[in-house]
Design a protein around this ligand. Structure first.
Ligand code: CDP
Length: 237
């Protein structure tokens, strides 16, 4: 099973992806980390993300093993990530990495879930299930601030807000693979619902997806038959 999740900054695509990965035994790739790893390499080389050749060179050098580096989560790295992400050559290199992950998910898993900005539209247009999360800027700002506090990262709230606005604008307006919902994506507005409710909604939609056979989901999620029965009856109109 292949699941694609997209959405703007701090909307909760990563949280949903981790939740679905646990429920359905899927490998998870946060594709934003690839762009962040490119940005970290560009920054380390004294660049600012504007030079396409330097950014493409950094993209070619990125290894999947670098993605666990905590420094990639920093706000300045995120800002430069959205700058390197506008270069088509960078996207082309990272496209291969993402598709490889989906084609060969980690051993022992039953598929892959990828989250980012263009997974359902460009990276995995044939994904079995696609989600596009939306959320007001205010609610996303609250989530990002909570995340920064939890990591103990110093921040200025007005700056975080400004960065998020600029990043969203850049992600939506770039020519190459802009942030957009695929026409066949389930759009979930997260403004009024918490992460758990988003996960439950998404799980229901996965189980009722015509591309996923119920038997397959039941077996993969390891749910006992009475739970599966309950899910089935909840899905019935
Ligand atoms: O964590 P957050 O939502 O703030 O961002 P991220 O997912 O780590 O992505 C960082 C940046 O990488 C985004 O602002 C995008 O510009 C870029 N990106 C992209 O262009 N395409 C993707 N599939 C994933 C991320």
């Amino acid at each position: 099973m292949i699941i694609a999740i997209d959405g703007p900054a701090a909307v909760g695509t990563g949280t949903l992806a981790r939740g679905l990965a646990a429920r359905f035994n899927l490998g998870h790739l946060d594709s934003g980390l690839l762009y962040r790893a490119v940005a970290a390499r560009v920054l380390a080389g004294g660049g600012g993300g504007h030079d396409p050749d330097q950014a493409a060179g950094a993209a070619r050098a990125v290894a999947m093993t670098e993605l666990a580096e905590p420094a990639l989560r920093r706000e300045d790295v995120g800002r430069v990530a959205s700058m390197v992400a506008v270069h088509p050559a960078v996207r082309q290199v990272l496209l291969g990495r993402q598709r490889d992950f989906a084609r060969r998910p980690p051993a022992g898993t039953d598929g892959a879930v990828l989250d980012g900005r263009d997974i359902g539209t460009v990276v995995l247009p044939d994904a079995d299930v696609k989600f596009f999360l939306t959320g007001s800027l205010d609610v996303r700002l609250v989530r990002r601030v909570k995340e920064l506090r939890a990591r103990g990262e110093p921040f200025i709230q007005a700056r975080v807000e400004q960065d998020m606005r600029e990043r969203d604008q850049r992600d939506r307006s770039r020519a190459a693979a802009p942030l957009a919902a695929a026409t066949d994506a389930h759009v979930i507005d997260t403004t009024e619902i918490d992460a758990e409710a988003v996960l439950e909604t998404a799980c229901r939609l996965v189980r009722s997806s015509p591309r996923i056979s119920r038997t397959k989901v039941r077996r993969k999620s390891g749910a006992p038959s009475d739970t599966a029965q309950k899910v089935r009856s909840q899905e019935s109109p």
